[in-house]
Write a protein that binds this ligand. Sequence first.
Ligand code: 2RA
Length: 341
Amino acid sequence: MGYRVVVAGATGNVGREMLNILAEREFPADEIVALASSRSAGDTIEYGDTGKMLKIQNIEHFDPTGWDMALFAIGSDATKIHAPRFAAAGCVVIDNSSLYRMDPDVPLIVPEVNPDAIDGYTARNIIANPNCSTAQMVVALKPLHDAAKILRVVVSTYQSASGAGKEGMDELFEQSRAIFVGDQVEPRKFTKQIAFNVIPHIDKFLEDGSTKEEWKMVVETKKILDPKIKITATCVRVPVFVGHSESINIEFENELSAEEAQNILREAPGVMLVDKREDGGYVTPVECVGDYATFISRVRDDSTVDNGLNLWCVSDNLRKGAALNAVQIAELLGRRHLKKG
Ligand code: 2RA
């Protein structure tokens, strides 16, 4: 006997990937239901490449009683309404929004990094999925932290338009095309022109001049990996459709050479090291699309500090940064707690 699984927000960028990845990984589901808002209710959506069509149901009218788990990709406002309702009905919510990430009663999980923390899910029947830029970074940091203890991280991100949803991707496409033919498309989703440009601003501004995206990288990394790590972030939107990149500078307590770090990363779960130190011997976002791994390249010493390293980290933000991590959490939940069969 398998699980009864809900995918809420099935028509969005992340929801579609959730369905694709559940199907690709042959998640042991007896039944899958796709939910969305009333706008999409009645439409159909394919379950991965299986040919199986799911009829989309309206989340407002859906009764979660008897369903084992729900993967949510519906944004914080709708999550606030529906997550407590699903959790109270006994359906464990794996939530991709930022709503519960810093709730002390909600585990924030990256399965390669802090799988044991999932045991705390029973407090609210909710498990949080981290922000995309945090997820890939902690996969890279964890094995290095275990080896030499990280003291401080300075990260700059290069985040793709898909992190802002389908509207973000559409705006990048339409603006790029318009500029080619001499037209203009005014920014709607982004605050400045995204085509042929970069924007040092993701999510809203906070009082100290940082942005919420930068704040998320700091507090989520501390919650998932180690509250003692000092971290500062600059998050930038770039004209790439899918795939977030990060330049990460790390200071360690103990010595760790670039070669030792490469050897550790080569064996680390979820990591693919591509680091040839030659033309093209590194990964760029277009090459990581559709992949599960967090790719690491350009590992090198930073001789300006004691025990410092630089590296380049790229991953499919819709997969490891969102849908894949949620499905991995579902698999972990099944293995450890909701055993079936
Ligand atoms: C972004 N972090 O890239 C967001 C998506 N979760 O905008």
